[in-house]
Design a protein. Structure first.
Length: 442
């Protein structure tokens, strides 16, 4: 996966706060619509002229239409050149290699328009959805926008095979990459240029999977994706090879899933990048991120408790209850601290990892005292309790230890640096070390 970043990215990788785009000087486009084509000599001219007429009639800002020619071998380059010469606001970019993703990356990276969009040359999507698509980006409400054929209010006409493939693919994305957007492959999308500058270097695919990878990374980084229901009519003459495209997409899903699993993508530089998330605001009496941390801690705690009980049952077969409990608690506590460090409190990287584990062991000692003391009290009261009774007592003791463990984790092991006093004038600002982002708080 790509991990490079543009030269002008700041040290923390943050972006400016989203704001309504100002109306630029006359002639400067606010919107750049890219039409990637390969051997589309028949459809290109009617597409461009229809799109230009629609924008001229309905779009209140300046616009540009860019034809991205993906190494066409027919008359497409000549048709595109003729359009650029005769239609105002139309330009052509020639690429000598095929690939929709490659074309979009090249044109978007070179564009000076603050909002970048693309649509397929067949214009399967009704153009009345174009203004609703880009309006949230212009207003500063959203970071990306996609047309969706799979929402309830969408109106779609297409064959059963394409419908099945599309819905199956999106189910795969939801199941494997936890994607929440509804339609990854609709050829009707837009993105703010400041977001594209940071996000595009992380996208590796140059073909049809480009859309999916872009959306997955954006969603994982916490960017806001706006969905627009569209009216869509299938193009019977489409040249897309469904089987080959599906295979390439599945390979892309595996590659991105692997990169996300091992943490090789530097998404910290994009997570909540704008500083305008209301969850970032400090409100008196409301600890920041408490609800999310409680959910994460409880989920980790349930898995840790199950792991503890399973290990206890295994060790109890060859050792006494105290020895079995101590060994099971030690192993489950190491995993619990690592999981809470990464998932609950959002601490990434190896810095202070050993210290966190050492502090976690101190917390373990408190849990051990509670659970071991409970077992000792049970043994003194009942003599030789059954295995089921021992497990029940351990569950209750673990619940008590869990509450104390969360408080110690939050206040001592993984303290929220936002709670530190503000720095003196001229001093370096505090750096947040927990939560979903890493970097200087603004």
């Amino acid at each position: 996966m790509r991990t490079d970043t543009p030269a002008d990215t700041t040290a923390t990788g943050t972006l400016p706060a989203r704001e309504h785009l100002p109306v630029g000087p006359a002639g400067r486009p606010v919107l750049d619509v890219v039409i990637p084509v390969f051997n589309e000599e028949k459809d290109l001219e009617p597409c461009v002229r229809r799109l230009h007429a629609h924008l001229a009639r309905t779009f209140p800002y300046g616009f540009r239409i860019t034809v991205a020619d993906n190494a066409s071998t027919d008359r497409t380059p000549r048709v595109a050149a003729a359009l650029a010469a005769s239609v105002p606001g139309v330009r052509v970019r020639r690429l000598e290699q095929k690939g929709r993703g490659r074309a979009l990356r090249a044109v978007w990276a070179a564009s000076d328009a603050p909002v970048l969009a693309y649509m397929d040359v067949d214009l399967s999507t009704d153009l009345n959805a174009l203004l609703p698509l880009v309006a949230p980006l212009i207003s500063g409400h959203s970071d990306l926008a996609i047309g969706s054929r799979l929402t309830r209010s969408s109106r779609v006409v297409r064959g059963a095979k394409r419908e099945f493939v599309s819905r199956t693919y999106n189910l795969i994305l939801r199941g494997s990459l936890a994607a929440r957007f509804s339609d990854a492959q609709c050829g009707f999308k837009a993105i703010r240029r400041d977001v594209a500058e940071r996000l595009l270097p992380m996208v590796e695919d140059t073909g049809w999977f480009f859309d999916t990878e872009l959306l997955v990374l954006a969603e994982r980084a916490g960017l806001r994706i706006h969905e627009v229901p569209v009216d869509w009519v299938d193009d019977a003459d489409s040249t897309v090879r469904i089987v080959r495209t599906a295979v390439d997409d599945l390979k892309g899903v595996l590659r991105v899933g692997r990169a996300l699993a091992v943490g090789t993508l530097p998404l910290d530089r994009l997570a909540r990048p704008f500083g305008d998330d209301p969850r970032d605001r400090r409100i008196g009496g409301v600890p920041g991120g408490l609800a999310r941390q409680l959910v994460g801690f409880c989920a980790v705690g349930v898995l840790s408790t199950l792991c503890h009980l399973l290990l206890y049952s295994v060790f109890r077969a060859g050792a006494g209850p105290q020895t079995a409990n101590a060994a099971a608690l030690l192993l489950s506590a190491v995993a619990n601290t690592a999981a809470n460090r990464r998932l609950t409190f959002g601490v990434r990287g190896r810095e202070r990892a050993v210290r966190h584990q050492a502090q976690g062991l101190v917390v373990l000692g408190i849990g051990l005292a509670l659970t071991s003391g409970s077992l000792a009290a049970l043994d003194a009261a009942a003599g030789s309790p059954s295995h089921g009774t021992e497990l029940a007592v351990l569950v209750v003791a673990n619940l008590a230890a869990t509450v104390l463990r969360f408080l110690l984790f939050r206040a001592w092991v993984f303290p929220d640096r936002r709670d530190l006093p503000p720095p003196a004038d001229g001093a370096a600002p505090h750096v947040r070390t927990t939560g979903t982002t890493t970097g200087v708080r603004r």
